[in-house]
Structures are given as structure tokens and as C-alpha cells.
Write a protein that binds this ligand. Sequence first.
Ligand SMILES: [Mg+2]
Length: 390
Amino acid sequence: MIEARPALSPLPITRIAAVPLMGESPPGGWSSEIRAEDPIHTLIAVHTAAGITGHGSAFAPGPLVEAAVAQLEPLFLGENALEPERVSEKLHQNSFWFGRGGTLTHAISGIDIALWDILGKATGLSVGRLVGGRHRDRVMPYCSLLMDMPGPMAEAVARHAAQGFRAFKIGWGPFGRRDDARLDAAIVDDALSALPPGGKLFVDAGGSDAYWPNGLKWALYTADMLAERGVGWFEEALRPDALEDFVTLRRQARLPIAGGEVLTRRQAFLPFLAAGAFDIVQPDVTKVGGLSEQRRIVWMAQDFGVRYVGHGWNTALGLAADLQLAGAFPGVDLVEYIGGSAYVDDLAAKPFGLDADGMLAIPDAPGLGVALDPARVARYAPRADQLFAG
Ligand SMILES: [Mg+2]
């Protein structure tokens, strides 16, 4: 007879630290461009009485996340860190008057990821096993690059192909912003010319940029251009709230239509999925409410017959969470990987490495399976010690 193990004792949360990264913030191709010193990615540490610390990542400027953590403190202090969904939902439910779906939700995302990391460390299981199981042990990363003019565009693709990447996404920058359809096509042709054999290319218009100038006709015309070239998907081709136009675009375009990176909370995805706005939905685990929320969005997408490819434009810890989700669900074949970001390549104790097939291993160690290196983090965060103090 097998004896049941006793339940783990509660693990009270003693402190949550928010530590912004700065100095190497990668440009986003935004019309009001991010500067290297802008702290737009913030690491989170949830500390517990038992000495187990969990780590997460929130896509939001440091001062906003710090303020959110201070606001949420009475709700999380003393809470049991072994119950990520209940604790995160408590934070959502008791704070939504102050910014539901905004920076508070982004901050809770980082806390939620850290809580799952703790649950994994306490139980000895990877987060992927906890949220769904282990469908695969590796996944293809696609290298995410900013659009550039023909010439430099191909050089950037070739440089990253030489590092082993097989799939690429190019986006933002001049694309769709110069009122020049020939330039848009020339940029795509330039990137295609540098793909490795059998390589894939995806295109991101970046329609969530400020004052995105194009509408449905541009999106339809451009979708034709991309379909003729065998591009794998067309992302954010419209302003993010243009639900009806997304539905029309998806029906008429010959290539898959992707979007949803700026939506937060599962409730915001429901109308887009129900209306048939996307072929591919792209929630971002560092914005939507963390793993607790993203796993529900992934299931919702499955129920609507929509493909899930996580949006991952953040940090090594965001990628770690994406990898766990990629292992935990059927049919996930890609994760996003920012090309040349120190916050992805240079924070982990064991850097991410591509295998000979251009694939990334999905860690199976307890929690997120990606440990921060204190000395590396300290290069981008003056207060890095707050992430590791017990
Ligand atoms: Mg995008």
C-alpha cells in the first residue's frame, strides 16, 4: 500500500521585490523609441519564510511596478506562496478599480510567474508539469528582429542565422510607415534572401505603435504581398482594437493572421477569439496576468481552434515561462526569442543554447528551471541583491 505524503506546509510570502533592468534595454522599433537606459522590463522576486525565492518578469517600467507592488502589499503579505492561482486572483479581484488590465495586471503577471516558480521548487516539479504536463522536451525559437532597410535587413538575418536560428520574425521600423508598398516588399525580399535553407519568416507590422497610419485596405493589400512570398504569418496588421477589421482580414487573407500581444486578462481575449479575429493568438505571459492567466488563454484558443504562439519580448525569465508553456500544451511549436538582447542572453546562470537543429531545450528542473546569475543581473540592475536576499 502506498502511503499518502503529507501536504506541504503553507509558505508565507514575506516580501516581494521589483528590480528594473536598465542600460541595455533593446529598441522596440517604436515611433517614440525606447532608450537603453529606460527600465521597461522589471524582474520580480517573491521571498518566503522558508527561504525559497521565486522569480518572475513583468513588462512595465520599474517605477510603475514598484508602485504596484507597494499597493498590493497588504493583499500578499503572509499569503501562501504555494497557491499561485488563488493568490494571483486575489490580487486581481481586489485591485481592478485601480487599473484592471493595465500596469497592475502586468505587475501581477511577474508575481504570478514567481509564485509558480516557488510551487515548482517546493514540489520538485517543473512549472510545465504543474500546469499541463510535458508534451515535448524542446521547441523551435524564432528570432525576433526589428525591420531595417534592404541591405542591413539581410545582414541582421544572416548574422542570427549563423548563430543557429532557423525561424525569424521581422517587424516594426520602416514597414508600413513610409507610404511605400515597394519598400515594404523590398524589406521582406531582403530578409527572405538571407534565410537559412528551409528557414521560416514571419512579419509583424506593429499596428500597436502610436498613431499607426494604416487601415484595412493596407492590411489586405500587404497580406497579399506576404502570402505571395510564403511568409508564415502577418502580425498586428491593424490597430489592436480593430476587432471587426481583424475578422474581415482573417477571412480574406491567404496567410495566417496573428495578434493579441497588447491584450491583458483572459476576458479581453474572449471577444477576439469568439469573433474569429485571429488564426494565431499571441498573449504575453509578462502582461496578461502570468502563467495562471496565460494557461487559460491557451486552452480557450484551443477550444476555438486558434493556434497559440506566445508573445515573448521581455527577459530570460519571460522566455523561461514561455518554454514551460510550450512544453505543457499540445501543438505548440514556436517560442519568440529577441535577437541580441542582453536581458535574454545574459541574465541566466546557464545561458540558453540552440542545438544542432536550431531548437531550444525545455528545462525540466524544479520551477521555471532557469536560475538568475546574481553577478550578471547586477550589471543591469543596481538593486539586484534584492532579488536574492532571503
Ligand atoms: Mg508583435
